[in-house]
Design a binder for this molecule. Structure first.
Ligand code: ADP
Ligand code: MG
Length: 241
């Protein structure tokens, strides 16, 4: 059983003009995979990722997460799945500006009811893993884009999720920092066996993953096994912007 199974998933936005955005998506992602979903702007990537992250509903089809049918969940059930299973990373980091780095990383643990001391220790552990120990007491506006994204990655990881979902995680970063962030995600996949799904419109970013799933106009096209990189030389090709 795949960790993520989508069968014929459809989604329409009902605005002034109905927009059929996802048109029969079939997709299996196994535990431990590092996958990119690549497509042009407007192809439906964020819509798909939001469904995978139980941030949005689909209209027809089936989505199973770890075997459980994700359908008609209450908001509190959805939040419970998200908190237990999913870590999110966004292009704009989504850090809270009036909280320090370590407080940002502690936040999901606070929502899990973990006590002050323990959540501080756990948050510091993940900041250390991201090379940010010295930055723990700094506010987001004192940090570079790459540092902010590493804080966001620490926050995504601190609850030990099953999956990391990343929506254009390098979209606001320069190319060298983009390579560093994708390298970091690659290491989390290889060393910690994290399942990672990255959505991007950039082929250089998509190329960091082991598998590239192409999406075009709401339809999954080809799925490429990506053997261009190996673990020893990961990221050396650089990201083409
Ligand atoms: P991508 O992330 O690949 O750029 P999106 O999934 O964000 O694409 O959007 C796919 C299409 O759906 C676009 O045409 C976008 O304008 C439209 N869209 C996205 N979100 C909404 C929404 N909440 N309501 C109406 N249309 C939307
Ligand atoms: Mg998008």
């Amino acid at each position: 059983m795949a960790l993520i199974e989508l069968k014929d998933v459809n989604k329409t936005y009902f605005g002034a003009q109905p927009l059929h955005v996802l048109k029969g998506i079939n997709l299996d992602i196994e535990r431990g995979e590092f996958v990119s979903i690549m497509g042009a702007s407007g192809s439906g990537k964020s819509t798909l990722l939001n469904i995978l992250g139980i941030l949005d509903n689909y209209d027809t089809g089936e989505y199973r997460l770890d075997g459980k049918l994700i359908w008609n969940l209450t908001e509190s059930q959805a939040a419970d799945y998200r908190n237990r299973m999913i870590g999110f990373i966004f292009q704009s980091y989504n850090l809270i500006g009036f909280k320090t780095a370590v407080e940002n990383v502690e936040l999901p643990l606070f929502y899990q009811g973990i006590g002050r001391h323990k959540r501080h220790m756990m948050a510091m552990e993940y900041l250390e893993k991201m090379g940010l120990t010295a930055w723990a007491g700094h506010f987001p506006n004192e940090m570079s884009g790459g540092q902010k994204q590493r804080v966001a990655i620490a926050r995504a990881l601190v609850t030990h999720p099953d999956i990391i979902l990343a929506d254009e995680p390098t979209g606001a970063l320069d190319s060298r920092t983009s390579v560093e962030i994708m390298d970091l995600l690659g290491r989390l996949n290889r060393e910690d066996k994290m399942t990672i799904i990255v959505v991007t419109h950039e082929s250089g970013v998509a190329n960091a993953a082991d598998k590239i799933i192409h999406i075009s106009d709401g339809v999954i096209g080809s799925v490429e096994e990506n053997r261009q990189h190996d673990s020893a030389h990961f990221g050396e090709g650089g990201i083409i912007k």
